[in-house]
Write a protein that binds this ligand. Structure first.
Ligand code: KG4
Ligand code: ZN
Length: 345
């Protein structure tokens, strides 16, 4: 068949991932394989991602993960048309492992290399899963990023809001740590919150009602710490109540920021009848946050697009897809072989 196949490689944080995505005749994409190896267990004892451990784990795992992704896709390297790898932003050790591997493979097999910005991967995923047309709004909420981005086209992004201190996932992880819940904090805070009383603690809603579009979560973190130290020792009920109150405050604060962006989008694109808000990042798995966003979208007449969890969190299918989008748009960099990984980008 005439499908165009790209191998994607992702190693920017604590997931070692490889995937093959095909663009079939007629422009229909298909994920042929999608392998993600999480390093969570390696980092759990430290309560967060340790860069040196992450880099070593990528070195050890990446070859096998790529082989598995190729095998799963039913092809070998000769059936691949291009190789796309995350080149930043992220932990530089992991980026070097992924990009160097991609360069070596591209050189030895004579295939083009595409250096991908990890955030572009998240930004374009909704076109792989839902075939969304430009422009749309993206809310990216992960352990490293909290941003609202206007996605206007391939390579054409405008950041409308970012966090001025902690990322939202980080706020969940730190809250969990203060309360003695295991890493990663997000899912464990959510479980505890489901048993708690969200009205017991009146935590602040940072930035709520402010003109500036950005996020902030450090004040909320401080309030949680205060509540936790005042009560010590904490009972299970206290932990559950703090988690429920924290999650409500977060959903509220997030909702306020997102509603500003939705009205701004309405103002800038009055002719788009049913615009879309896309969520990405691990925090998007949170049911209360999802419900809050879904309700807001209903209120503002937006389509709420939440790609499947495996494609919302870090993965290589989004990197392969970004590669396809770039090739299709004629936006590849002929100097990609000289590309140096960028921890900030
Ligand atoms: O996107 P992701 O898997 O990795 C990156 O950070 O790039 O996001 C991980 C983050 C962690 O901070 C984790 O605690 C948070 O997402 N998270 C959640 C939930 N599941 C994961 N936060 C809130 N509720 C959840 N259910
Ligand atoms: Zn990510």
């Amino acid at each position: 068949d005439k499908s165009f196949r790209v191998l994607g490689i992702e190693t920017s944080c604590d997931e070692t991932a490889a995937s093959v995505v095909a663009l079939k005749a007629g422009g229909v994409p298909e994920i042929l394989s999608n392998i993600v190896l999480s390093q969570i267990e390696e980092h759990a004892a430290f309560g967060g991602v340790v860069p040196e451990i992450a880099a070593r784990a990528h070195v050890e795992a990446l070859d096998g993960i790529i082989e598995a992704a190729l095998a799963d896709s039913g092809t070998d390297l000769s059936g691949i048309d291009a190789i796309a790898a995350t080149a930043g932003p992220g932990l530089v050790g992991g980026l070097i492992v992924g990009l160097m591997t991609a360069k070596a493979m591209a050189m030895s097999a004579g295939k083009p290399l595409i250096a991908i910005n990890h955030l572009e991967g998240h930004a374009l995923t909704a076109r792989l899963t839902d075939g969304l047309a430009f422009p749309y709004l993206l809310l990216l909420v992960s352990g490293g990023h909290t941003q609202i981005v206007l996605v206007r086209g391939v390579g054409d992004y405008q950041r409308w809001a970012t966090t001025i201190d902690d990322a939202l996932g980080e706020a969940f992880d730190k809250t969990a740590k203060m309360l003695g819940l295991p890493y990663p904090g997000g899912p464990n805070v959510e479980i505890a919150a489901s048993r708690g009383d969200p009205s017991r603690f009146a935590f602040p809603r940072p930035m709520k009602g402010e003109q500036r579009p950005d996020f902030s979560f450090s004040g909320l973190k401080t309030a949680v710490r205060q509540a936790a130290t005042e009560i010590s020792p904490l009972s299970d009920k206290d932990v559950a109540d703090i988690c429920a109150s924290f999650q409500l405050a977060v959903s509220d604060a997030l909702g306020d920021r997102v509603s500003r962006a939705l009205s701004r989008f309405r103002g800038e694109f009055p002719d788009i009848a049913a615009p879309a808000l896309v969520v990405a990042g691990g925090v998007a798995a949170n049911r209360q946050i999802k419900a809050t966003l879904e309700a807001l979208c209903g209120e503002y007449g937006f389509l709420f697009v939440a790609p499947p969890h495996i494609l919302c969190t870090d993965n290589a299918a989004m990197i392969a897809w970004a590669g396809i989008e770039r090739m299709r748009a004629g936006m590849t960099d002929p100097q990609a072989m000289d590309f140096v990984p960028r921890s900030r980008w």
